[in-house]
Ligand binder design. Structure first.
Ligand SMILES: [Zn+2]
Length: 475
């Protein structure tokens, strides 16, 4: 049996692993977009977008819907894959929203490029003007969505006589799982391989706690927070309440929260709703300014049976998890722009979470130079993005030919991070004993994070590998 590493190697995003069974059956686990090199969807990478022939893949398994795990599934179909994608039901729902949004962004980007080419052609006859294609279209998205097969958590899915697959809840995002592949080798022996997906945290708003991993032979483990501990120890509600009072009440400023529309925004809204129910939320308006976030919020409500016990109790009592008096959903772009024009205290939750595109851009244009405003980051911010530069102290933002001085307060909290920290990852691997676990393969982390996690795990007696991209291992 051969395992090949094809993405998220020594970096965080772009998860992709290829497992080939002894009889030649080929399974692709995750098919994610590399957000670090391409924060926005990329153009077509040519006729060979994968280091394998998509038509020769037999089955795809998807750990969860985040685009760095799912974002290239439509490309796979566009280039010849015709098989199924196995995932949980919430993963299917959320992936359908994220992939449709991704195709739309690509279309806009391709149209803008065509526009530029047309203008260039007018200036310099005979040069430019050729079409640039998006990596995939909404038709490719529809193709991939039509091939999802959903599986319940904990259900043993027998894909073929020598292959059983189980999805286990891992917190992190609604529907997120680690996946256990149990396959028989040609000599009849069994081999169990676990793919961690992204390892979630305990007591995360809206989500059930991760379930410990059963015994496996090999573990492919994420390492995003290797070497780092979450620093915010207070409850999410306490932290949010403190920041809101400081920014919106004491300073009468605007609080801008760049947030991922799927998952993070819903957790944030749920915590705000809980504060409101406890009469702890100051009477200021809260705007969710992202059509994708609004759709995702409806999906979360619809998928309530997968939510945490306390969230289901709130739903049973108040009939709605997310809507409350101060909350306004901003659908249209004109409404969104009107929000930028006033300076009254309010909270604006908008996308993108890393400030690369999205409606948050026009709010930033108005608020970055306002010393009473605060930009609060609540999620992962990749290297190379404007969000990262702002966190690193960038003093000036160059936007649409203008230079904007950064005078707003820039803050972050890790309390909404959906990832386990260093100790959480060590605890996750600790469900296995070094005597029975043959190898832990570290993926989905910066190299220093991987080295830090490798050191702790090695001290505990585990055999650790940090694969490079395309590296193969015989299991
Ligand atoms: Zn994720």
């Amino acid at each position: 049996m051969i395992l090949q590493f094809l993405g998220a190697n020594r970096q965080v995003t772009g998860s992709m692993f290829l497992l080939e069974l002894d009889d030649g059956f080929r399974i692709l686990v995750d098919c994610g977009q590399d957000l670090e090199k391409n924060p926005l969807p990329v153009e077509d990478t040519g006729s060979d977008p994968f280091p394998f022939a998509p038509s020769e893949i037999d089955l795809v398994l998807l750990t969860h819907a985040h685009i760095d795990h799912s974002g290239r599934l439509p490309t796979l179909y566009r280039h010849g894959y015709t098989g199924d994608i196995l995932s949980t039901l919430p993963t299917y729902y959320l992936a359908s929203l994220l992939l449709a949004d991704s195709a739309q962004l690509m279309r806009k980007k391709a149209e803008a490029q065509q526009d530029r080419n047309r203008k260039r052609k007018q200036r310099r006859l005979g040069h430019g003007g050729e079409n640039e294609w998006a990596e995939y279209s909404s038709h490719d998205v529809d193709q991939s969505l039509s091939r999802f097969v959903t599986v319940d958590f904990g259900q043993a899915y027998v894909a073929r006589p020598n292959l059983t697959i189980i999805f286990n809840p891992t917190g992190h995002l609604l529907g997120a799982s680690n996946i256990i592949v149990e396959a028989r080798r040609s000599d009849g022996s069994a081999c169990r391989i676990a793919f961690s997906g992204d390892v979630g945290r305990y007591n995360y708003p809206l989500l059930n706690d991760p379930v410990p991993l059963p015994r496996v032979d090999y573990l492919v483990c994420e390492s995003t927070y290797g070497g780092r501990l979450h620093v915010d120890k207070n409850q999410p509600g306490d932290i949010l309440e403190g920041i809101i009072r400081e920014v919106c009440v004491e300073q009468s400023g605007k609080l801008l929260i760049p947030s991922f529309s799927v998952g993070r925004t819903q957790s944030l809204l749920y915590v705000l709703h809980r504060l409101q129910l406890e009469s702890r939320l100051p009477e200021i308006p809260i705007y969710v300014d992202s059509p994708l976030a609004i759709e995702s919020t409806r999906a979360y409500q619809h998928l309530h049976r997968f939510l945490s016990t306390d969230a289901r109790a709130v739903l049973a009592r108040f009939d709605d998890l997310f809507s409350f008096k101060q909350l306004h959903l901003v659908q249209s772009l004109s409404e969104s722009k009107a929000l930028s024009d006033h300076y009254r205290p309010c909270i604006i939750i908008s996308a993108s979470g890393m400030l690369e595109g999205g409606r948050i851009q026009h709010h930033l244009r108005h608020q970055l130079q306002n010393s009473k405003a605060c930009i609060l980051f609540i999620g992962f911010v990749a290297e190379g993005t404007f969000g990262r530069r702002l966190l690193d102290g960038e003093p000036i933002w160059q936007n649409e030919g203008k230079k904007i001085e950064v005078r707003a307060q820039i803050r972050r909290t890790d309390v909404f991070s959906g990832h386990a920290d260093h100790n959480g990852l060590v605890e996750f691997v600790g469900s296995q004993t070094p005597e029975t676990l043959k190898t832990v393969f570290l993926t989905h982390g910066d190299y220093p994070a991987m080295l830090a996690l490798e050191e702790t795990l090695s001290e505990k007696g585990y055999h650790v590998e940090i694969p490079y991209k395309t590296q193969t291992f015989t299991l």
